[in-house]
Design a protein around this ligand. Structure first.
Ligand SMILES: Nc1ncnc2c1ncn2[C@@H]1O[C@H](COP(=O)(O)OP(=O)(O)OP(=O)(O)O)[C@@H](O)[C@H]1O
Length: 671
């Protein structure tokens, strides 16, 4: 026991949550009210009162949050050993650990975790034999098939119903889709391949089993769950199987920050838990310790949700009201943001205290160009990270086949990287390799043109498999794929450094298997853990999707593209739930700001966000910028709009037509 006051600096409601006894506890609170801080202090208090750290399970939504909370709790208890002993991680990471431990009970051998890209690759492998190829009629893509499957699994609703409600145009193919999904399940099980949903399903199955379940339950006396508004039905079942009567259970969440509806999560789980768990205590935190009241006034107007949780700032009004900035177009928006970031920097605010948030990774393209031109170092989170890029996945596939020779998707991927080896041959040879065929035989069966390179690849992979040290295994894998990738990617020069840095990071691991599992389960935070610093300069601006900004805060926040179609995203506009989820995203974005919040609305945008075409359309400001919302904000006009002289027929302040440069006509070249 350490003599430290673990509730020092906490407000009375936070103290109540920290000191609460073993009865079930639900902490429902708004943004910035100290939920994370409270949960961390509760873990530290439990340990301080004599609970062995290994009797505590802390479940979070990201690896980054788990790591931060664990090290903070260890620091509060002044015992670095706590970090190693505490069970903490994301649902998926803990599921992976438990499932791997119990693989035999589940009839599995070696297990390999599939990320969503792997699942679509596997569906690609299967769709031909299920009559889902051809061009005569519109067929669901492999991505759509994966979505149908995942929605059914996560919500417990039949695929027939999911298709009828959300993909009605696929109704004609229900039988074939179901056949394919059954085959997918079989294939994954026979090969020890588990996707993210499987990890949770298998953990739930283990907990539901009488004997194994009792043993697992007996491991932990305390289960604490962060961001409970984002759990789906399977995760709800896992939590209730872990603590059936709610004894020792603490969940923390904010129903207005539920932004994972597309994964089957619903904020109702947070409120439902308190309503359905007899004897549970509900603690509400309403004092916001992050932002000034001016920013919270906007957040309170935007906030959807059932709980009456108007946020009150502990810090008083704050420096300034949020600003709504109207800009001419995306380039103008980028210039305006860069100007504001540099101006704040010039006044002494480090870049790392500032962030630019957006709904979708593509929304920051113009800004990235602008920042490069002006030499502003930045790091982008969310969107496609480099662990998800094709060439890095190729290297990871090599690691994976050396650890699980039944990993058909990785074999298939590697085989298709060989010149002269088409998809049909790759599919057949991958099956042979999975069945354990001798490498010489496989080479002999390959198309003649690919034999030499295939022979060399398999030879290197055999060396990798035989290597006892991780560094040797990684080096042999790198040597296996490098000649293939050099040939396969025309822009190999640009990609080589990524492959090098992943190989270097992997070589430094003691356990390659868990390195791959971590990178598969949470690529964004793994990459930011060990990727080299974004630039030589240690101070850098953060660019982030709103999803990846959850739980974080900055002194100054810029929110891009507050237009209908961007935020809310046009993908979400067809249902009321979809729009409400976008509104919660808007709320999450606004509540990341401590001192300054600027929200930008370009008045014209390209028809397609990634297109280089000059065709622009007029936008509508985001529907979340209602009259009451705008009443809490100052309004500004970008320099680009101000400088637009009123021309004939064009009212003052209307955007200039975007600069269009005619593209060279290459038609003659290709005639
Ligand atoms: N009692 C307190 N006194 C002073 N500062 C506090 C207190 N509680 C929390 N804070 C600070 O307020 C900020 C928000 O806290 P925290 O991140 O724990 O909130 P949260 O509810 O998890 O936020 P969100 O859900 O919006 O991510 C942090 O900077 C934290 O250090």
């Amino acid at each position: 026991m350490v003599d430290i006051d673990l509730t020092a600096g906490l407000d009375p409601a936070q103290c109540e949550a920290v000191q609460h006894g073993p009865g079930p506890l639900v902490v429902a609170a708004g943004a910035g009210t100290g939920k994370t801080r409270t949960l961390t202090a509760r873990v530290a208090r439990l340990i301080d009162s004599g609970v062995p750290p290994e009797r505590i399970l802390l479940l979070t939504f990201t690896r980054r949050a788990a790591a931060a909370m664990t090290s903070r709790a260890a620091a509060l208890c002044s015992d670095p050993g706590v970090a190693q002993r505490l069970w903490s991680g994301t649902f998926h990471a803990v599921a992976h650990r438990i499932v791997a431990e119990h693989a035999q009970h589940l009839g599995l051998g070696e297990i390999t975790v599939l990320d969503p890209g792997d699942v679509t690759d596997l569906i690609d492998l299967l769709r031909e034999e299920h009559g889902l190829t051809g061009t005569e009629q519109r067929l669901p893509t492999s991505q759509t098939l994966a979505d149908i499957c995942s929605r059914a699994v996560n919500t417990g609703v039949s695929t027939r119903q999911v298709i009828a409600e959300q993909f009605p145009w696929c109704l004609d193919h229900v039988e074939r889709i179901n056949d394919l999904l059954r085959a997918l399940m079989e294939r994954k099980r026979s090969r020890g391949l588990l996707d993210f949903d499987d990890l949770l399903l298998y953990w739930r199955a283990l907990l539901a089993d009488e004997r194994v379940g009792d043993r697992l339950r007996a491991r932990w006396d305390w289960v604490l769950v962060d961001e409970y508004q984002d759990v789906n039905q399977i995760q709800v079942d896992i939590v209730s199987l872990l603590r059936p009567g709610g004894e020792g259970l603490t969940v923390v969440g904010d129903d207005a920050q539920a932004v994972y509806g597309f994964r089957g999560a619903t904020a109702e789980h947070l409120l439902g838990l308190h309503e359905h768990l007899p004897g549970s205590t509900l603690v509400r935190l309403t004092r916001n310790f992050r932002s000034g009241q001016h920013i919270l006034d906007l957040a309170n107007v935007v906030r959807p949700g059932r709980l009456p949780l108007g946020l009150v700032a502990d810090r008083g009004p704050g420096a300034a009201r949020p600003t709504h900035v109207r800009c001419a177009n995306a380039d103008d928006e980028a210039r305006e943001v860069a100007d504001a970031v540099l101006a704040a920097h010039g006044e002494g605010m480090p870049l790392r205290d500032q962030a630019v948030l957006f709904r979708t990774g593509t929304h920051s393209s113009q800004l990235e160009i602008e920042l490069r031109v002006r030499g502003v170092p930045f790091h982008k989170y969310g969107g496609i990270g480099y662990l998800e890029t094709a060439h890095v996945r190729d290297l990871v596939s090599a690691f994976r086949v050396t650890l699980n020779s039944a990993d058909e998707i990785s074999w298939y991927r590697l085989l298709t990287r060989h010149r002269g080896l088409g998809r049909v041959s790759a599919r057949a040879l991958a099956a042979r390799l999975v069945d354990g065929a001798a490498h010489d035989e496989v080479v002999a069966e390959a198309p003649a043109k690919s034999r030499t390179s295939l022979g060399a690849t398999l030879e290197r992979l055999r060396e990798a498999e035989a290597a006892s040290a991780t560094a040797d295994r990684v080096e042999a894998c790198r040597q296996a794929v490098e000649p293939l990738l050099r040939q396969h990617y025309v822009d190999w020069g640009r990609r080589a450094a990524d492959v090098e840095s992943v190989a270097a990071a992997a070589a430094g691991q003691t356990d390659l298997r868990s390195f791959i599992a971590d990178a598969t389960l949470d690529p964004a935070s793994v990459a930011s853990d060990w990727a080299k610093k974004p630039h030589l300069d240690d101070d850098f601006l953060v660019l982030s999707t709103i999803h990846s900004a959850k739980g974080l805060e900055w002194r100054s926040v810029h929110l891009l593209r507050a237009t209908d179609g961007s935020l809310p995203s046009d993908m979400a506009l067809s249902t009321a739930e979809g729009v409400e989820e976008e509104q919660r995203l808007f709320y999450v974005a606004a509540t990341r700001a401590r001192d300054s919040l600027r929200i930008y609305t370009p008045l014209r945008l390209p028809v397609h966000p990634t297109s280089l075409s000059s065709r622009h359309v007029l936008t509508k400001p985001s529907r979340f910028l209602t009259g009451p919302a705008l009443a809490t904000m100052d309004s500004a006009v970008s320099a680009g709009l101000r400088n637009t002289a009123p021309g004939p027929g064009r009212p003052a302040g209307s955007p200039a037509a975007p600069l269009t440069v005619a593209l060279p006509d290459l038609g003659a070249l290709f005639a």
